[in-house]
Design a protein around this ligand. Structure first.
Ligand SMILES: Cc1ncc(COP(=O)(O)O)c(C=O)c1O
Length: 487
């Protein structure tokens, strides 16, 4: 590999006069010159300093850059809670059909009937899978789904004359977006402790539940990969107080076709279509976080849902839903991801979806069994679709941290598990293999983890050793990204 081409910045490769293509002279008879078509004041006064480069060098530059990233298409990616499953290429092709990809967000409803029909059916599938009949496809990610549902709860309670319900209860193992969404929606957040078994501590819940409780947000299976077996009792407790139960549906990959949040007592939930139903994600990529709610909450949903209108379909407006919380997303939602999810659901059907969850759970338990003698797994199994191990013994005996293990995994060609989350486990390594991985991949990953635990601590503390970038300051990279080239 030519190093300049793989590591140089595109501007540094620039050589005056080089081109990827040369356009022929315009052969349109009597074509107006550019300064007749565009007013002079809008024309650039100086030529922008763009890189000048030949096509082969350009292609090598970007191809080599792309190969530096890990992705689900290149490496095993057991990032817990993120469901990094294989994204079938067929869905990419379908979502890219010109009839979908070239739609304009401002087109009239009657010119986008095919798309609206797909979205309408998607609403029905998501209602069926959750057991919650009213769906909004609008939210752009799981976190926005949470926020939208909490706005719905807020509007519902105010409409019922119960504006005194100002508290949202959230277990200490919850994803950080749960309390953040509650705060953004104007509620006070109360933390509920987990017991030693990793499940919601019912006594703590009872002690904090009261007439001012609006919503209990629960993730089931929870972020420790454990099914909250007391879920029925929990939902009954909440309902007896007149409060609502919200299910964080990020972990739906464990229960598809096996149990339904609506059946175990949830009143609202979000989906992460980009996780459960194979939308490509990562690096902050596009998401889709539809919500599903019980009938009595439907009047408060965001407008912009798809409804039947005569023989066709149209988007709901304030006139259809006078009590609506309004719009939470422009236009139709993230339809590229929704189409991929739709293809996935249609391809697999009810039995196929159930098989997905059964295999996701089987794979996680297999991996757990392979690593549990090397890494502590603080909570008793079996697990659901993921489990949380800990590097705390390595820290005590060798001063090696969970982050060091993760960085070293990169040298073995594996993406790291989720690290330091959930916060209730010290030195957490949260692993979610998903159903799309083979036994050989899981064996190889477990073998790498076991080998790493026996390696020289210094080798681990300075890992990775095979990557162009080793340990960037991740906070600085996120807060102060350098996105522009400077000479
Ligand atoms: C348990 C859980 N809840 C909520 C979210 C938020 O979802 P999103 O990233 O789509 O906003 C995540 C994301 O990782 C999650 O793992």
């Amino acid at each position: 590999m030519n190093n300049t081409q793989s590591t140089g910045l595109i501007f540094e490769l620039s050589k005056s006069g080089r081109r990827c293509h040369r356009l022929p002279k315009c052969d349109v008879p009597n074509a107006a010159p550019i300064d007749k078509l565009i007013p002079k004041e809008h024309l650039a006064k100086v030529t922008p300093p763009l890189p000048e480069i030949g096509e082969i060098d350009l292609i090598r530059h970007f191809t080599n850059l792309s190969a530096r990233n890990m992705s689900i298409d290149t490496n095993f990616y057991p990032l817990g809670s993120c469901t990094m499953k294989y994204n079938p290429k067929r869905h990419e092709r379908i979502a890219g059909f010109p009839g979908f990809a070239n739609l304009h967000p401002l087109q009239d409803d009657d010119t986008v009937q095919g798309m609206l029909e797909i979205l309408y059916e998607m609403q029905q599938y998501l209602a069926e899978i959750s057991g919650l009949p009213a769906v909004s496809l609008q939210p752009a990610a799981g976190a926005q789904g949470e926020l939208t549902a909490l706005f719905v709860a807020h509007a519902y309670f105010h409409d019922q004359g119960e504006g005194h319900r100002t508290k949202v209860l959230v277990p200490d193992s919850a994803h950080g977006t749960n309390p953040a969404s509650a705060a953004l929606a104007g509620f006070d957040t109360i933390t509920i402790k987990s017991g030693a078994n990793g499940l919601v501590d019912i006594e703590d819940l009872k002690s904090k539940l009261g007439p001012d409780t609006a919503v209990f947000m629960i993730t089931n299976p929870n972020t420790l990969g454990l099914f909250e077996t007391q879920i029925q009792e929990i939902t009954e407790l909440l309902h007896a107080q007149g409060a609502l139960v919200y299910l964080d549906g990020a972990n739906m990959n464990a229960i598809l076709g096996i149990t339904r949040p609506g059946d175990f007592g949830a009143d609202m939930q979000h989906y992460n279509v980009h996780k459960t139903f194979t939308g490509p994600h990562g690096g902050g990529g596009p998401g889709s976080g539809p919500i599903a709610v019980r009938d009595f909450l439907a009047p408060y949903l965001s407008v912009g849902g798809v409804m039947r209108a005569g023989d066709g379909y149209r988007l709901t407006t304030e006139a259809d839903l006078p009590k609506s919380i309004g719009r939470v997303r422009s236009f139709f939602g993230t339809i590229g991801i929704l189409f991929r999810g739709y293809c996935y659901i249609r391809t697999l059907g009810p039995d196929g979806l159930k098989g997905v969850s059964e295999h996701a759970v089987l794979n996680a338990n297999y991996l757990r069994a392979l690593v549990k003698d090397t890494y502590d797994v603080p909570h008793a199994g079996p697990c659901m679709h993921e489990f949380v191990a800990s590097a705390r013994t390595l820290l005590r005996t060798k001063k090696v941290r969970a982050m060091d293990v993760c960085k070293r995994l990169l040298d073995y060609g594996f993406h790291a598990p989720t690290v330091y989350f959930p916060m209730v486990v010290s030195e957490a390594l949260m692993m979610e293999p998903t159903e799309t991985e083979s036994k050989e991949t899981l064996d190889a990953f477990a073998e790498a983890l076991v080998k790493i635990a026996a390696e020289d601590p210094e080798l681990l503390r300075t890992a990775p050793h095979t990557h162009a970038i080793s340990r960037p300051d991740e906070v600085k990279a996120a807060k102060e990204p350098v996105l522009r080239w400077k000479s």
